[in-house]
Design a protein around this ligand. Structure first.
Ligand SMILES: Cc1ncc(C[n+]2csc(CCOP(=O)(O)OP(=O)(O)O)c2C)c(N)n1
Ligand SMILES: [Mg+2]
Length: 335
């Protein structure tokens, strides 16, 4: 390996780690701010699943798009959104991505290719396929990633979206984040197949299972699916197997799951696994790993400060961005 390649590889590994640490630090602070009643609505932590968003988004280009879920902070950070404007959105401030009117579950940032998070379970699957088809019609080579959960994979809209994406050869990558639970329902009680990825067979496109706690594997598998979509060969369903380490949300703290179940997954923490691998197999020092983690925490503190220093939205903004302009409602007048 030449020195240049070695440096590039080192930087790539550092970026993957920094991305995961940013998500972890962002959410730990968001949960604290929720407890301080500074975040309204809820916070659905992605803790333990960071490798999925970071691995998938690392396989994307800036001109690619994603859609997200109620558990979407990781997707936004992975796609390069500014944590300061995200935190401001969570705190309902005017400087947030949606002017403080969307909150944690509705962050949208078209300039970063973030088509929107959606609190409706699987709500963005059809939107993602529509966007991908639109991009294809415009002759663009962008790809759309649709993130959704194991619970969401049983929604009718997923199956319609998957079928249509296949029929249209739309440049979509469906990423099912199988964290084994949908609030209090374990996946084996809601889903008839062992691998959700197997459902792709029914629509005629590839389905792949990946270890969702291994950021490099996620990136590799996502890279193949993105290349396939970009080449015009249609969708792929990736099932990233992981686990929700924390409670379903900050406002749904009851957790039925036993320590016996949680313990082994804590040991498979994607950040812990990656830092161990970087130290033991890639020559990273503990000092460098600590620096990266500290950098993420410092950036998050700056984001919190930015959000706390930002004003709330003006009340005059309450009705802006609510409806798209329609021919019969130009300038807010109902003709
Ligand atoms: C259409 C719809 N049904 C029910 C809900 C309530 N709800 C919110 S999150 C959730 C569980 C979703 O599970 P999964 O898709 O596995 O995502 P996870 O929360 O595990 O990330 C449910 C049922 C909702 N928001 N939308
Ligand atoms: Mg789930």
């Amino acid at each position: 390996m030449t020195a240049v390649v070695a440096v590039e590889k080192m930087r790539e590994l550092e970026d993957l780690l920094l991305g995961m640490c940013r998500i972890r630090a962002f959410e730990q602070r968001a949960l604290e701010l929720f407890d301080e009643k500074l975040v309204r609505g809820s916070v659905h932590p992605y803790i333990g699943m960071e490798a999925i968003a970071i691995g998938v988004c690392a396989a994307l280009e800036p001109h690619d798009f994603i859609t997200s879920t109620h558990r979407g902070h990781g997707h936004c950070i992975g796609k390069g959104l500014e944590m300061s404007r995200m935190m401001a959105e969570l705190l309902g401030r005017a400087t947030g991505y949606c002017g403080g009117k969307g909150g944690s579950m509705h962050i949208t940032a078209m300039e970063h290719g973030m088509l929107g998070a959606d609190a409706i379970v699987c709500g963005s699957a059809a939107l993602g396929v529509g966007a991908a088809y639109g991009l294809q019609l415009q002759g663009k080579d962008s790809v759309v990633v649709v993130f959704f959960g194991d619970g969401a994979s049983n929604q009718g809209i997923f199956h319609e979206a998957a079928n249509l994406a296949a029929v249209l050869s739309a440049p979509v990558v469906f990423v099912c984040e199988n964290n084994q639970w949908a609030i209090s329902t374990p996946v084996e009680c809601s889903t008839s197949v062992e691998n959700i990825a197997d459902r792709a067979i029914g629509y005629g496109f590839p389905g792949v299972v990946v270890d969702g706690n291994d950021v490099r594997e996620v990136k590799r598998v996502a890279g193949e699916a993105v290349a396939r979509a970009r080449a015009g060969d249609g969708p792929t369903l990736i099932e990233a197997k992981s686990f929700r380490i924390g409670a379903h949300s900050a406002s749904t703290k009851t957790d039925l799951r036993s320590e016996e179940l949680l313990g082994p997954w804590r040991a498979k923490d994607p950040i812990l696994r990656f830092t161990t691998a970087l130290r033991e197999a890639e020559g990273f020092t503990q000092e460098r790993l600590d620096e990266i983690e500290a950098q993420a925490r410092t950036e998050v503190e700056a984001a919190v400060r930015f959000a706390l220093d930002s004003p709330p939205p003006d009340t005059a903004e309450a009705f802006t961005d609510v409806y798209a302009p329609a021919a019969w409602n130009v300038n807010g007048t109902l003709a």
